[in-house]
Ligand binder design. Structure first.
Ligand code: BTN
Ligand code: 3PY
Ligand code: ZN
Length: 633
């Protein structure tokens, strides 16, 4: 019946459909009421109400009676002009020139990407971002950019939040027409954990630019500029702002860490400039850059590279705010901060306090403190909904200077350690992480190289192995797959190459790759892949966004699509409903399409029948509806 409905549909006959067509065209499903979007969503709510959400089971719960957060109201007028207009009207070089000419310290708000990645294991849902996006556009038009995409948010959206990351980007883009959107791109690793063929990286960047990314922060997890060119060229090709980024590790003032000294960073900055970067990103993913080092580094980079500099750090050690102020004094052009309620610890330093600290100075940001407080109040309400994912440190910790873990990895590694029963041995994990870094020759640790170091550290702690045990040629060690892959050269080359001892121990006689992995990977036949995927999805029309999702994460994407067919657009549910279902008597609304809002009330939840099913009694827009779901408890 579905196929007949589809073949007869005018939009289908006109060839004017996209992948979203089936999803947004209810009359295709009229043959079986069970499959319309409203029923799918009720099925989801019923399932979660009866069985709970697997991701929140056994975790801390939000306060009882928690309500949907309300964002500050904004006018219906157009928001004021912002940096986005410079980009659109004059191009990316004009944005860089404007940055360099600005006296103010420009700020990027990271709340929608790095802050929740670093505090809540990346679990923030789109609806909580979309609701406040117009407030940013109207109340904080002086922001440099909104970091709201990329990094871990891409796969977590599909994998755990049952939503399409592309749709998130489109929705945010539309609501912040004056602000530049920013993403974090792991160069040849895309938004994944391994190198992709060049044409996959190019296709991804093109699509991200088309769907709505303005600023691309491009970095390589081993600081290998050679491995960044394909991604950077694709950004330049798309006429978007290319932030070629160096990752900071060690301490330039420490003579014992001479591998990453001032000369090293200046040289890398010059290489990134030569590779076409409009802006130099300085990415301190672990929060290791101290105020005194920042003064020296920023000054040298400004003088010897000459690009505007955009500084990113984490407050894991508790003094990152001081580093931003030192960087501002040394002339850094832009810096990242998180809205107050999502700041501090493994996240970025506190936006409002940076703004306040610079008021009445020559780096005054020009941002409105009242607006910041209102928006932060909204985020505070949002955060309470994610109690289940609060896993980060309770207080800042100088331990970060020992382990050098990126803020975005910290929460994940702790969760991994917990799931392996190693939570009590966290200090040992941290020390071992530092040992593994040295065993690999002191490398930059950032996704995905940081994950490899973490995998190795957890394996060693769980098996009681020391660095000396692992390096002992007499001793048989079975290495994690990710370690073997990295030493094979599949993530690229670290400065100075891999230490010979560990290389031989891991690879034995195998010879490693020393050229760029992408140069070896054959291009993917995009159209053949699209056709195969469409077949796998029973004729579903696969658009470029979906194809990109599949190319990055084939299995994750297919699982998402499978669930999507059963549960529908669950991204439109309030967060408390998505994670906890509904109570009898509770009422919510969900806008499943522009202007199409479902009013959903749960009347009662029945007992489990002999067949193991539970009936959940709803009112949908005032009409009674009963949904049966299996009790899987
Ligand atoms: C997951 O698969 O763990 C993440 C997304 C959860 C999707 C929903 S939750 C209700 C239903 N039951 C499941 O086990 N998965 C789906
Ligand atoms: C990511 O790649 O997701 C990061 O946040 C690295 O710092
Ligand atoms: Zn970060």
């Amino acid at each position: 019946d579905f196929v007949i409905n589809l073949l007869k549909h005018q939009t289908f006959l006109d060839y004017s459909y996209t992948t979203k067509f089936i999803d947004t065209t209810d009359d295709l499903f009229q043959f079986r009421k069970r499959q319309d979007r409203a029923t799918k969503i009720l099925t989801y709510i019923a399932d979660i109400t009866v069985n709970g959400h697997p991701e929140t089971a056994g975790r801390a719960t939000p306060p009882a009676g928690i309500k949907t957060p309300t964002a500050p109201k904004v006018s219906v007028q157009q928001p004021p002009r912002g940096a986005k207009q410079i980009l659109d009207e004059q191009g990316p070089q004009a944005v860089a020139d404007w940055m360099a000419a600005e006296k103010r310290l420009l700020l990027t708000d990271t709340t929608m990407r790095d802050a929740h990645q670093s505090l809540l294991a990346t679990r923030m849902r789109s609806i909580d971002m979309i609701r406040v996006a117009p407030a940013y556009a109207h109340m904080l038009p002086q922001l440099f950019s909104m970091e709201c995409w990329g990094g871990a948010t891409f796969d977590v959206a599909y994998r755990f939040l049952q939503e399409c990351p592309w749709q998130r980007l489109r929705d945010l883009r539309a609501r912040m027409p004056n602000l530049m959107t920013q993403m974090l791109l792991r160069a040849s690793n895309g938004v994944g954990y391994t190198n992709y063929p060049d044409n996959v990286v190019q296709f991804f960047v093109k699509q991200a630019a088309e769907t709505g990314v303005d600023v691309f922060r491009v970095f390589d997890s081993l600081n290998w500029v050679e491995n960044m060119r394909v991604a950077m060229d694709a950004v330049l090709e798309a006429n978007k702002l290319c932030e070629g980024t160096l990752c900071y590790t060690g301490d330039i003032l420490n003579p014992d860490r001479a591998k990453y000294d001032l000369k090293y960073y200046v040289r890398m900055g010059q290489d990134l400039k030569a590779a076409g970067a409009h802006v130099l990103g300085l990415k301190d993913m672990a929060g290791l850059l101290k105020p005194a080092s920042a003064r020296v580094l920023i000054k040298a980079l400004k003088e010897d590279v000459g690009l505007p500099i955009h500084f990113h750090t984490h407050d894991t050690g508790g003094i990152a705010g001081a580093t931003i102020l030192a960087a501002a004094e040394a002339g850094v052009d832009a810096a990242d901060a998180a809205m107050d309620a999502f700041s501090g610890n493994t996240s970025q330093p506190t936006l409002g306090s940076i703004v306040e600290a610079l008021r009445f100075t020559d780096r005054d940001t020009g941002l409105d403190m009242g607006a910041i407080r209102k928006i932060s109040d909204y985020w505070e309400e949002v955060r309470t909904h994610y109690a289940a994912f609060e896993s980060a440190q309770q207080a800042p910790s100088s331990e970060v200077y020992l382990h050098e873990m990126p803020g975005g990895q910290f929460t994940n590694l702790k969760a991994q350690a917990r799931s392996m029963g190693l939570e009590d041995r966290w200090p040992e994990v941290a020390r071992t992480y530092a040992d593994v870094n040295m065993m690999f020759g002191d490398i930059v640790k950032v996704t995905p190289s940081s994950k490899v170091v973490g995998d190795m550290a957890l394996m060693m702690v769980s098996q009681g192995l020391t660095r000396a045990d692992v390096e002992n040629p007499e001793r048989d060690v079975s290495f994690p797959e990710s370690v073997i892959d990295m030493l094979r050269g599949n993530l690229g080359q670290p400065p100075g190459g891999w230490p010979e001892g560990i290389l031989r121990k891991v690879l034995k006689d195998e010879s490693p790759l020393t050229e760029r992995p992408g140069a070896r990977l054959p291009p993917v036949d995009l159209e053949a892949t699209r056709a195969d995927l469409s077949k796998e999805l029973e004729g579903f029309t696969v658009d470029d966004e979906d194809l990109n999702g599949y190319l990055m994460y084939p299995k994750v994407f297919l699982d998402y699509m499978g669930r999507h067919r059963i549960y529908g657009p669950v991204r439109t549910l309030p967060t408390q409903t998505f994670f906890y279902g509904m109570e009898p008597g509770e009422e919510i609304s969900a806008e499943i399409a522009p202007g199409k809002t479902l009013e959903i009330r749960v009347v009662a939840v029945g007992e489990t029948g002999d067949d193991g099913d539970v009936k959940v009694f709803f009112e949908l827009n005032g009409q009674p509806r009963t949904i049966r779901v299996a009790n899987r408890e």
